[in-house]
Design a protein around this ligand. Structure first.
Ligand SMILES: [Fe+2]
Length: 377
């Protein structure tokens, strides 16, 4: 039996941002918390376009959401919004902004005295006991994270060197507005890394222990569009048709992994990001080719998957990913990020996130993982 659940109402297409106020009008909400990260949103003029549509609403703008938010950031932002009884959170940005919105929604009515209380609430999942969560409305400005259609958020704990997840079906955004025009000014590195994150979501959903035919349908479509359109887009970054195809690919990947969660590549990526600052989309894609080879015997309908990836052998995927890195100016070896052979055993030890590594279809033992990381050193 295949089952599938995703309650996010979708508004997709170039120019959809112009419909924001009429979409919000249908909700009856009057008091809005607007979250962004973004100098780039201001610089692009999109923030003005959004604010112009929100003139009739009571609004609190928090425009300083950092990349890879940690428990201290969540506490700081929650305090900054504590005086304002918002009815919904409009999150406009990349995955960090969208994930922060979910965390603030989860903790809206939860009593928190400091960052340590955020840490405890996440670890003990006590936020699930608190009613009164508000809806999140997601407007992604990158094409890759898929956070606009998932019910979970990544929150980091830089002090403890850990990565946490908050997850609950009540954290699915109420709606997602995906306007590819918002991604048109992304630089090549971010365009490529976001799309490679989406490719990882699709491929990991495809081979996840939780996969099924519905998930694989979304995943194959996502992979096919990303592999077909990413390199042409890097050559023609203003091409709105290609931006739209990549945005579709990212959305389909999000819909695929919203029902499976991720697997080994994401699990391995967390210490790479936490300890060495490697961008998320790069960190997850570094091991994608190696894990495809590792998982090959467990793949369902391998021929269809390889056709979607436009490869005839597993080792060709890493060649393609490396050519994308080269085109976008992204370093593609661990040593480029200051990682040494001596550091690999410690990285291996930190690569086993429960719920992610054990969601891989094939067991990933430590000797294999050391071999995998050595091959990309
Ligand atoms: Fe990801």
């Amino acid at each position: 039996m295949a089952t599938y659940y995703n309650p996010v109402k979708l508004y997709f297409g170039p120019g959809t941002l112009q419909q924001l106020s009429s979409i919000i009008q249908t909700t009856g909400v009057r008091r809005l918390l607007l979250l962004t990260g973004a100098r780039s949103l201001k610089a692009s003029g999109f923030l003005d376009l959004i604010l112009a549509q929100l003139q009739d609403y009571e609004l609190l703008l928090l425009d300083n959401v950092p990349s890879n938010p940690d428990v201290a950031d969540i506490y700081r932002l929650r305090q900054a919004a504590a005086h304002f009884d918002y009815e919904a959170i409009l999150a406009v940005g990349g995955g960090s902004v969208l994930d922060t919105a979910k965390a603030l929604a989860a903790f809206k009515e939860h009593s928190l005295s400091d960052a340590e209380a955020v840490r405890q609430a996440i670890n003990r999942q006590t936020y699930l006991d608190t009613p009164g969560r508000c809806p999140v409305w997601a407007v992604p400005t990158t094409a890759g994270t898929g956070s606009e259609v998932t019910p979970w958020a990544t929150i980091w704990d830089k002090e403890a060197g850990l990565k946490y997840s908050i997850a609950n079906n009540s954290l699915f955004p109420q709606f997602a507005l995906v306007d590819p025009v918002l991604t048109q000014q992304l630089p090549p590195g971010l365009t490529a890394s976001s799309a490679l994150d989406a490719l990882a979501h699709a491929l990991e959903a495809y081979w996840s222990k939780n996969t099924n035919e519905i998930v694989r349908l979304y995943a194959r479509q996502a992979m096919s569009q990303i592999v077909t359109c990413l390199q042409p887009l890097l050559r023609r970054p203003d091409d709105l048709t290609l931006r739209t195809q990549i945005a579709y690919g990212s959305l389909y990947a999000g819909l695929a992994f919203s029902n499976t969660k991720t697997t080994a590549c994401h699990s391995i990526s967390y210490p790479l990001t936490l300890q060495y600052g490697i961008n998320h989309g790069v960190a997850v894609s570094l091991t994608l080719g190696g894990m495809l080879a590792k998982n090959e015997a467990a793949l369902v309908a391998k021929d269809e998957l390889f056709a979607a990836l436009q490869i005839t052998a597993a080792d060709q995927l890493n060649d393609w990913i490396q050519s994308v890195y080269a085109q976008a100016g992204i370093p593609g070896r661990l040593r480029d990020y200051g990682i040494t052979a001596e550091a690999l055993p410690a990285l291996v030890a930190k690569s086993y996130t429960p719920g992610r590594m054990d969601n891989n279809p094939v067991e990933v033992d430590k000797p294999f993982l050391l071999e995998l990381l050595t091959a990309i050193l």
